[in-house]
Design a protein around this ligand. Structure first.
Ligand code: SAH
Length: 376
């Protein structure tokens, strides 16, 4: 085995073959090399997989029939199963993807006039237990792998007919890491996946069109800026530790002062590339004019915009959404202080596809259900 091949992570090997989707360029080259194939094949395959959206070797017309058969004898370019597909009256689509081990996650596509945004998941379930978030009621099952993250983009393009993606007018033009899970708790796989997504000879979505949202995993924020370089969104939601401790329990580990410090130090943030602070409007909890004034004070000096998110209800949720008037007053105060404060229009609420409504049925086995450890 070559030194490069030694770094190949456990690849998905199905009965039909090794899946090439989701390998980095270096991994793909190393894999092909171990099969005796030269580097230019990796480049050809990269083009077919990520620019053309090929799901079989037969369609790769720049590759000889014989070579197609050779590749098909060992490899696949696979897709996970789409176990459910739903569309909202407003054009939002939600796909439930089922991976080989049976675990499921959701991705959401939100079409707008000037863009199409894909909301991508990073974990099956979530560990953060934010009180207002539906995904938070589902226990973490596992991190997604880089291939599983990339597959969400490929499936969306398949479903929308967005191959080969044009330069302008793409249906998937933007990506937000705002689906299920905490992306900074799965940093390595998320970084790897986003590098594949950004690669210019493939999916080619630029880092300026990608936003990663974190609940505030402070120690990973710097690396996110330095190593991935995407836009940062921070789920702030409260301006005092007292309230944030309750609604975003991660705050007990990384309190507001540390979070704000990490935002101030975020590499690449400037007036042209602001940090987005997400702020969910919860009736009577965090939505007073005093909260708005404290918010402005808290983020002073950070190039920022505030995204006000009307709370999206879900079955059994312990909160209600603030009224339109209250949101308006809050937004006006923030705006008067010089920060853009758009109110996020809820999309896909009717199919539970809006922020914080995603939840799959994948459940972590309780200890008592897990297979007993075998005595040796
Ligand atoms: N764990 C990351 C990524 C999830 S992003 C993070 O917390 O940022 C999902 C966004 O939707 C977050 O800003 C989250 O706080 C917000 N959200 C969660 N539940 C919501 C709800 N019920 N209504 C509106 N927004 C919600």
């Amino acid at each position: 085995m070559t030194a490069a091949a030694a770094h190949i992570p456990a690849m998905k090997e199905t009965v039909t073959g090794i899946d090439l989707v989701g390998l980095t360029r270096q991994e793909l080259e190393a894999e092909l090399k171990s099969f005796g194939l030269p580097a230019f094949r990796a480049r050809q395959l990269w083009h077919w997989i990520y620019h053309r959206g090929a799901t079989s070797f037969e369609v790769m017309t720049t590759i000889s029939k014989e070579m197609q058969r050779t590749l098909a004898g060992r490899y696949v370019v696979d897709r996970p199963e789409v176990s459910r597909s739903q569309q909202s009256f407003d054009g939002t689509s939600k796909w439930l993807l089922r991976f080989a081990d049976g675990n499921e996650i959701e991705s959401v596509h939100i079409p707008e006039e000037d863009r199409g945004t894909l909301c991508v998941s990073s974990q099956v379930g979530c560990t953060l237990t934010c009180k207002f978030c539906h995904t938070g009621t589902q226990r973490l099952v596992r991190n997604l792998t880089a291939p599983e993250i990339v597959q969400q983009v490929l499936v969306a393009r398949d479903r929308l007919g967005d191959w080969p993606a044009p330069k302008d007018g793409r249906l998937v033009s933007n990506i937000v890491m705002m689906g299920m899970g905490e992306p900074l708790y799965n940093f390595d796989e998320v970084a790897k996946a986003l590098r594949i997504v950004m690669d210019n000879e493939g999916i080619a979505i630029s880092k300026r069109r990608i936003t990663l949202s974190t609940a505030g995993v402070v120690p990973m924020m710097k690396r996110c800026g330095e190593e991935i370089g995407v836009n940062l969104a921070v789920s702030l939601h409260a301006v005092t530790d007292e309230i944030r401790d309750v609604i975003v329990p991660l705050n007990k580990k990384y309190p507001l002062s540390e979070l704000i410090q990490a935002c101030k130090a975020y590499p690449g943030a400037n007036n042209a590339r602001r940090i987005t602070f997400e702020y969910v409007m919860l009736k009577g909890v965090n939505d007073s004019p005093a909260d708005a004034r404290a918010l402005v004070k808290l983020i002073r000096g950070i190039p920022a915009k505030i995204n006000l998110i009307p709370f999206n209800p879900w079955p059994g949720a312990p909160y209600e959404c603030s009224s339109e008037e209250v949101i308006q007053v809050f937004g006006d105060i923030v705006n008067a202080a010089g920060y853009a404060s758009p109110v996020r229009t809820p999309r896909g609420r009717d199919i539970l596809a809006a922020c914080g409504q995603l939840k799959s049925l994948s459940e972590k086995k309780r200890k008592s259900q897990a297979a007993p450890a075998t005595a040796s």
